[in-house]
Design a protein around this ligand. Structure first.
Ligand SMILES: Cc1ncc(C[n+]2csc(CCOP(=O)(O)OP(=O)(O)O)c2C)c(N)n1
Ligand SMILES: [Mg+2]
Length: 1017
């Protein structure tokens, strides 16, 4: 009886049954390649009314499209390939999905069961290949009866573990018949059941966040983006924004969670992590000094947010994940509380609970304490401003900016007025400064214009290269859009297949690809797939004729120049259209044409090959601009734009990012004087030409660092034998005073010195041509020099060598013995300590001029590089603008080798100090202390290069870093160079250190200078 009932159920071909199952799982598009081992499978998929068969030109693109499809929808995505090469091509996309935790099922065909391991053509064990790649489920189904259960298991693992899985179906089994199982109560469907954290769990999390003084960062990953509807994401009631507002907490996102919140909101601080570091000093500093991170569906970035440079957890964590499988994924760090369930609804519940707790009288003490807080450094000032709700004042500024941006949408491109400053402005909180080079267009310019045009529900697919960094920095989404990027794998060629998946999922929406010329070409053949499926895709290709990210990111790179086709012609060949963009004024027109086009449209943007994202200068000015407007509003002309106001940062003499009372008073005095004597236009002129800041009042307010007791640094003195003299003899080459006046001794420019025998050294230097002078630093008998001869192809790159040419250098011989070791550990002061504090305390300890070198990790590493030096017959005074520091570049969490020297201008050991100043410091151009006295002190013994009196408007070339050393105020000079390490631990790039840097971890050797020995004599 039972048997009869069973056999009476209709049979289905295996692959037809499989197609039914996929449809029941919500699959719409199946991406794949074709071949002899998948004929029945593709037949069933392509003929199933519920499925769309998307033949991709390469199976790699099929797996990438599936990975992107799953990331966009959160549902199972599927890709297919034939045996052998078809299957192996799938590998990259499957690993991509695995790394980003996107549920993907790969189905491959194999040889028929009777030919496995016997056939000699296209026979590989693909299940083993994918297992080796890390897939948690990869099996061959060896009987049709096992297909339903194996399929169930594969899908259950994919959904539960958010993983890529693989099932291989021998081609003969594919066309056999099976009886579908009676019950379809699937484990897979069970894993879809929603978790819902209990109220007490949410209360526990809220309790952990009760203290209004707690510095909290909210981090969003792509699982947070999946859950929000475009309407919710772009609405002011966005649960993450509401939570951020209640907690006064900055929000940062992964690149693939961009669009989750309105980035024009003052609490949205952009993208951090591998794709987002350059330029974004403010969020990096905030994260580094945060007490706690709330993680909403974050995977790959968690390390960066919660640990120190050695990957040890240093911040508390409250974690939100949709299910236990996701939470279990991160078992390496400790959480105060883990809350499971829908992320957005838990964010809402948490917000309500925290708002309640914080409204209670118990929290008031925290708010009162905040009101009394005197921030002691830049980070604390920013945090205090946030925690007191200062960000609310900037909301109106941002809104006005964003309104202005919105009203520009689709209007004729505004012609830039002649006197417009060379800056663009985002509707969001960050301002990026980008000059234009002739014949090229800055990627930031295109991305900003694109941001203004994107509508909620549009999808932006970002490829991998320098362009990824630009997209992280310059795309400013107003919420509701999705960004698809290859977060964990960083797969070049990802974006176009992702765009095909996105366009098929959202056919009515604009889908945009952002790719480099290198990445685009990896999957460019998929333009044919896009055309075949009538996808509406705008592809923006930033063409710098270079594998930019490789070229910029590593040392000694060869073979990275690439030839590309005319991408616009190529788009036309594929049945689409496109335009070339070669300057800023062509951007708006090109984007309008793309919007108007139906189908494929390519924008090939010519990008300056010299431009690298590390040079991005991004300034978060919302707090600064609002503070200045509030405090000096009565003096500032109405026509002053935010970019003009931002220039008043020059009054920020202590470098903490805001204007202290003294600094505001100085600004008031200078601006007030100009406004009284003249009209507003004179002020604007002075501001834009920089003349405003050449006012002596600026230097008089310089509040130098006051020592605090006890010193936070650990000093260990080297024991000396009785009678052994302290200090070392330090070798020197040339003298700075000669360089400044272009009186370099004959022959010195051509003389090459060996670095063998030196532990460390630094100073003005040059390589080969001697035309350009740059930063030089010696580490372990190896010389690192930045080439600054702009006629060379490696202009501005660092080269390493065993010897050097130099007109002024200071070198620590191997024989020198350190007088002390000084250490500082990040965990002792999580917000770090200012570099000036280090110099200050070292002076107190050493009581003598000294050289130091060693390894330093920075919270903030502010560096510059000189562009040109006067060795071509000119003096510094002849082209001071060139010689003056280029704008600083700020790195965070960078490990460096640092070498520098410090001396005071009133040292007890007068003649030695005078020599040191002559050899090391650009002191005769500084305006320190009593000029006459300083000039006397610095005159070299032979009197040849007596310092000239300082002229108004000259710059400080030495870094005057500190006062209050000893009983009376004295000026301390420091000059230090550093070499940054890359991820592989190789020294890569050399810089001059600016004193407003902040030390995280450090281990330095200190050598007191007993005497100088000129090796060029
Ligand atoms: C599949 C793959 N191969 C190699 C790399 C290493 N890689 C990362 S970025 C990059 C260069 C990207 O060049 P391009 O697409 O032109 O962008 P650009 O950096 O020039 O902006 C390379 C080769 C990678 N991420 N993925
Ligand atoms: Mg490129």
């Amino acid at each position: 009886m039972f048997r009869r009932a069973f056999s009476s159920r209709p049979q289905r071909r295996v692959t037809d049954y499989l197609a039914d199952v996929l449809v029941r799982q919500g699959v719409k598009n199946v991406f794949g390649g074709h071949g002899g081992a998948v004929i029945p499978l593709v037949d069933s998929i392509s003929s199933h009314p519920g499925l769309n068969w998307v033949y991709m030109r390469n199976e790699q693109a099929a797996s990438l499209a599936a990975a992107a499809d799953a990331k966009l929808t959160g549902r199972l995505a599927v890709c297919v390939a034939t045996s052998g090469p078809g299957a192996s091509h799938l590998t990259t996309g499957l690993v991509d999905a695995l790394q980003d935790r996107c549920p993907v099922l790969a189905i491959t065909g194999t040889k028929a069961t009777n030919a496995i391991d016997l056939s000699e053509f296209q026979m590989i064990h693909q299940e083993e290949l994918f297992r080796a790649a890390g897939l948690p489920f990869s099996n061959v189904v060896m009987s049709e009866a096992a297909v339903p259960a194996m399929l169930r298991n594969a899908i259950a693992v994919a959904l539960r573990e958010k993983a890529a899985v693989h099932l291989a179906l021998p081609v003969d089994i594919q066309s056999r018949m099976l009886t579908p199982p009676r019950s379809e109560v699937w484990q897979a469907e069970v894993s879809h059941l929603e978790y819902q954290a209990s109220e007490s769990r949410v209360q526990l999390a809220a309790k952990a966040l009760e203290d209004p003084q707690l510095r909290i960062v909210i981090a969003l990953g792509h699982r947070a983006a999946i859950e929000l509807s475009p309407g919710e994401a772009s609405s002011p009631a966005n649960p993450y924004l509401r939570l951020a507002e209640t907690l006064n907490a900055p929000i940062i996102t992964q690149l693939d969670a961009k669009g989750c919140v309105d980035e024009t909101h003052p609490l949205s601080y952009g993208v951090l992590g591998i794709f987002g570091n350059p330029g974004l000093d403010a969020p990096r500093a905030l994260v580094n000094s945060a007490d706690m991170v709330l993680l909403f569906g974050v995977d790959r970035q968690a390390i960066d947010l919660i640990s120190d440079a050695s990957f040890n957890q240093v911040r508390r964590v409250v974690e939100f994940e949709p299910d236990a499988g996701s939470a279990a994924y991160h078992r390496w760090y400790e959480c105060d509380v883990v809350v499971l369930g829908k992320l957005a609804s838990n964010a809402r519940r948490l917000e309500a609970a925290v708002a309640n707790l914080r409204a209670a009288p118990a929290a008031q003490a925290g708010y009162n304490a905040l009101a009394d807080t005197q921030p002691i450094n830049e980070y604390m000032r920013h945090w205090t401003w946030l925690l007191r709700g200062g960000w609310r004042n900037t909301a109106s500024i941002l809104r006005a900016r964003s309104d202005a941006a919105t009203s520009q949408r689709d209007e004729t491109p505004p012609e830039a007025p002649d006197d417009a400053p060379p800056t663009g402005s985002l509707p969001g909180r960050f301002q990026i400064e980008h000059g234009e080079t002739e014949g090229y267009c800055h990627p930031g310019r295109v991305l900003e214009a694109l941001s203004k045009r994107l509508q909620p529900e549009d999808v932006v697919c970002v490829d991998v290269g320098d362009i990824t960094l630009w997209a992280s920095l310059c795309l400013c989404l107003s919420g509701g859009q999705r960004v698809l990027s290859s977060q964990g794998m960083g797969t070049m060629g990802y974006a176009l297949p992702a765009a095909i998946a996105a366009s098929l999922e959202r056919p009515k929406r604009n889908v945009v690809v952002i790719a480099g010329d290198g990445g685009a070409q990896m999957t460019i053949g998929e333009l044919a797939t896009a055309k075949q499926h009538k996808c509406q895709i705008t592809m923006i290709i930033f063409n710098n004729h270079l594998l930019g990210r490789v070229h910029f990111g590593f040392d000694d790179v060869r073979g990275d120049e690439i030839v590309s086709p005319d991408f616009v012609a190529l788009a036309r060949a594929y049945g689409g259209d496109g335009v070339h963009v070669r300057c800023a004024t062509e951007v708006e027109g090109a984007l309008r044409a793309a919007r108007a086009a139906s189908g494929l449209f390519v924008l090939e943007v010519a990008v300056d090959p010299q431009l690298k994202a590390e040079y991005a200068r991004m300034r978060d000015d919302t707090s600064f601009v609002s503070q200045v407007r509030e405090s000096l509003g009565d003096l500032l002309p109405a026509e002053m734009r935010p970019s003009d106001v931002r220039k008043l940062i020059a009054f920020d003499i202590d470098g903490d990012g805001m204007l202290s009372a003294d600094e505001l008073a100085a600004a008031r005095k200078v601006i007030g004087a100009l406004r009284r004597s003249d009209d507003a236009s004179a002020l604007m002129r002075a501001l834009r030409t920089g003349q405003l800041f050449k006012n002596p009042v600026l230097t008089s307010v310089k509040q130098l660092f006051a020592p605090l007791e006890p010193s936070p640094f650990r000093f260990e003195r080297t024991p000396r034998a009785d009678g052994e003299e302290e200090g070392s003899v330090i070798d020197t080459v040339g003298a700075v005073s000669h360089v400044l006046k272009s009186h370099v001794p004959p022959g010195l420019r051509e003389r090459r010195f060996s670095a063998a025998g030196y532990k460390a050294g630094f100073e003005v230097a040059a390589i080969d041509s001697m035309k350009g002078l740059g930063e030089m630093c010696i580490a372990d008998s190896k010389v690192y020099v930045r080439e600054t001869d702009d006629s060379r192809p490696d202009f501005f790159e660092t080269r390493s060598s065993d010897s050097f040419l130099s007109t002024a250098a200071l070198l620590v011989p191997n024989s020198a013995v350190p007088d002390m070791r000084v250490r500082f550990l990040a965990k002792e002061a999580p917000q770090g300590l200012p570099f000036v504090r280090l110099v200050n305390d070292l002076c107190v300890e050493a009581q003598s001029p000294f050289v130091f070198f060693g390894e330093v990790d920075w919270h903030k590493c502010d560096v510059t590089s000189i562009s040109r030096a006067p060795t071509d017959g000119l003096t510094v005074h002849d082209h001071i603008a060139d010689f003056y520091w280029k704008p600083g570049t700020v790195f965070h969490s960078n490990r460096t080798f640092l070498c520098g020297a410090v001396a005071r201008d009133e040292e007890p050991r007068g003649p030695l100090c005078a020599q040191i100043f002559d050899k090391i410091f650009y002191s005769d151009l500084s305006r320190a202390g009593s000029k006459a006295k300083a000039a006397d002190a610095r005159a070299p013994a032979d009197g040849a290069a007596r310092a000239e009196p300082t002229k108004p408007g000259e710059h400080h070339f030495s870094e005057k870093v500190s006062s209050l050393v000893g009983p009376s105020k004295k000026h301390v000079y420091c000059h230090a160079h550093l070499i940054t390490y890359n991820a592989a631990g190789k020294l890569v790039d050399v810089w001059h250190l600016n004193p407003n840097s902040v030390v995280a971890d450090m281990d330095l050797q200190v050598y007191k200078i007993r005497a100088l020995n000129a090796i060029d004599a």
